[in-house]
Structure formats: structure tokens, C-alpha cells
Design a protein around this ligand. Structure first.
Ligand SMILES: [Zn+2]
Length: 344
């Protein structure tokens, strides 16, 4: 499928590599085209506020007891994800009906029991060995003093986004528009305990890290922070330009063609004292020179409190933000040329 072609073929007649690179960046900026934008729109539009809402309400319900790493509630939530992927006919790279990458207890801080990442997978049709990872942590803070920390935004929002994106990519595949590169939907454990699930995955990768093209990581994308009370149509983009110049421009072009959110780079600044670039699971991929984007809607008054509940999310916004990430993943998975990491 000729999904997304650059309008002009990159010039190979040139002098040095850096000149070619500069030309390529210019080419991306000036000439990026989404020739199959109808398909992107069609499948992005299958991601709906209603379905995202259903997922967030369920994932952040008391049934899962705050999804504390290593506890019964997290395991139940993992089981829910596994059942979902089975029902959607989306397989696991670990083999039949084995969706869990089990992490032994010694990997975790004292007092935290063994837990698992959950992996689902759609194989690429042309470059199956090249992997696009879309990730979100599933775990949260559990129960404290009989109070359940439901973690609807953190990270029910990201978890729901993965479920909807996986369903959309699967629909496209069934219609004959499967991705050229493989896509791994990676639900990470132990994030709240210190990015443990992503560290374990990067120490024990299921697919070669050299062949891992990008990590799009989602952690809290369902709310509006106080800086954007007057313009809620936004998302923070963190890390996109740090390892790959072209990833930044791809992200921008996808947004301006499909979603038109305000991409806020404030938290990407090296001088940002919150240091978010270092604070969620994408960082363990960046450490391995894999380009990343961290999608985030910012902190809020309910951050890491029991009041982070499902009715406080804006599901229309969650839909738009998920569609942005989906469309970005679609582009990277289908473009003619593999994404290049040109910085370290
Ligand atoms: Zn989180």
C-alpha cells in the first residue's frame, strides 16, 4: 500500500551525509504528503470518545483496586487486557495466548511482588522486523488506608488509548491496510515504582532494540492542566526532537494535517525543572537511542490522589489526542523510509 509518500524523492546526489540529511529534513518539512489520508482518517475516526470513556471507567473502577504493581488488582487488570486482545483477535509476540512478560520479584524495590508487562502485536506486512512500540503503563498506586487510588488519568487514559489504537490498526489490517512495520502495544508495569517495566523490557527486549524504530509513550492524556484552562485543545510533546530531527517534523505534519491540536513544547525544554523527559517509561527506550515521543496533558490537582477519577476526564479531548498518536504511529509504520535517529 502506498500510504504516505514524500512528494519528492530524496536527492541521493549530494556531497556529504550531513548535506543529504539537511536536504532530507527540508524535504520532510516542505513536502510531506499524506496520500492515503482517507485511510488514516477512516481508521482514526474509529477511535471514539465513547469507547475511550468505557475503557477508562472500567480500568479505573474499584474492581482493579488501584492496580498496584504485583497485587491482585493489577493482575486482574492485566487479565482484562489479555481478554480484550483475544476478543479483538490481536495476538501476542510471546506465543499463543501468552500476553505476559513476567518480571521476577528481585527486579522490583523491596516489598513489591513479581508483576508483568502485557504485550499485543500486529505484524508488519513489508518490514515485519522493524518495530513501532506504543506504550502506556497500567499500574497505579493501589489502596492506602482503605482508599482506592483509581488512577483514571494516570494511566487509565493511556491504557484506553492503546486499546482503541490496537483495535483501529486491526480493523485496517482486516480491510487489507495492515501496517508495513510491526506494531507492539506495550502495557508496562512498575512505572510508579521507578520505571521498572520499561527497564525490564529494554533489558529483555522481545524484539531487537536495534530494529525498534520509535517509542510513542503515553502517560496521562485525559485532563486539562491549569495553564490551558482557556485553550484545552492541546497536548504536551516531550522528547520528539531529542534523538531524531525528522520525528519532530513528522509529528508536527501529522498534527497539522489531521488533528490540529496545539502542540505544547514547554515541558520539552531542557530548563524545565520538572524533568518530565526523564520521568516516564519512554526514557528507558531513549537510553537505547530509540527516538521517543512522550504524550502528556500535564499535572492537575488530582495527580497521585484518590480523586483522580473517571468523570474528571475530557473524553472528546482524549479522542483527539489518541487520534494524533494513532496517525503518527500510522505514518511511521507505513512510510517508505525508516525513521532516522540522527542525534544522541
Ligand atoms: Zn503515570
Amino acid at each position: 500500500m502506498k500510504v504516505l509518500l514524500f512528494a519528492t524523492v530524496l536527492s541521493l546526489v549530494g556531497t556529504c551525509a550531513s548535506k543529504r540529511h539537511t536536504e532530507k529534513i527540508q524535504d520532510i518539512k516542505d513536502n510531506i504528503r499524506f496520500e492515503d489520508s482517507n485511510y488514516i482518517n477512516e481508521y482514526a475516526n474509529s477511535i471514539t470518545a465513547q469507547e475511550l470513556s468505557n475503557h477508562v471507567y472500567h480500568i479505573s473502577s474499584d474492581e482493579f483496586e488501584g492496580r498496584k504493581t504485583g497485587e491482585q488488582g493489577h493482575y486482574k487488570a492485566a487479565h482484562f487486557l489479555k481478554d480484550y486482545y483475544i476478543s479483538e483477535n490481536i495476538g501476542s509476540p510471546l506465543g499463543q495466548e501468552n500476553y505476559y512478560q513476567q518480571i521476577p520479584e528481585p527486579y522490583f524495590p523491596d516489598g513489591i511482588k513479581s508483576s508483568q508487562n502485557i504485550l499485543a502485536f500486529i505484524e508488519g506486512s513489508e518490514y515485519p522486523e522493524e518495530i513501532v512500540i506504543i506504550s502506556a503503563h497500567l499500574d497505579h498506586l493501589g489502596i492506602d488506608d482503605a482508599t482506592i487510588f483509581n488512577g483514571a488519568d494516570d494511566n487509565g487514559s493511556g491504557t484506553a488509548a492503546l486499546l482503541e489504537m490496537a483495535q483501529a490498526f486491526k480493523k485496517a489490517e482486516l480491510a487489507g491496510f495492515g501496517p508495513k512495520r510491526s506494531i507492539l502495544f506495550l502495557h508496562l508495569t512498575g512505572e510508579e515504582e521507578g520505571l521498572i517495566g520499561s527497564r525490564y523490557y529494554s533489558d529483555h527486549p522481545v524484539f531487537s532494540l536495534d530494529e525498534t524504530v520509535v517509542n510513542l509513550n503515553i502517560d496521562m492524556i485525559g485532563r486539562v492542566d491549569e495553564n490551558h484552562a482557556d485553550n484545552p485543545n492541546y497536548i504536551y510533546i516531550i522528547g520528539a526532537d531529542r534523538l531524531s530531527t525528522e520525528l519532530h517534523y513528522i509529528s508536527e505534519a501529522v498534527n497539522s494535517n489531521f488533528t490540529n491540536l496545539t502542540l505544547d513544547y514547554t515541558l520539552n525544554s531542557d530548563s524545565d525543572t520538572n524533568r518530565y523527559y526523564y520521568r516516564s517509561d519512554h526514557y528507558n527506550f531513549a537510553l537505547n537511542d530509540i527516538p521517543v515521543i512522550f504524550y502528556f496533558s500535564g499535572e492537575h490537582a488530582d495527580y497521585h490522589l484518590a480523586t483522580d477519577t473517571a468523570e474528571k476526564l475530557d473524553y472528546e479531548l482524549l479522542e483527539k489526542r489518541t487520534q494524533l498518536i494513532f496517525s503518527t504511529a500510522w505514518y511511521i509504520a507505513n512510510s517508505e523510509f525508516r525513521l532516522i535517529a540522527d542525534k544522541s
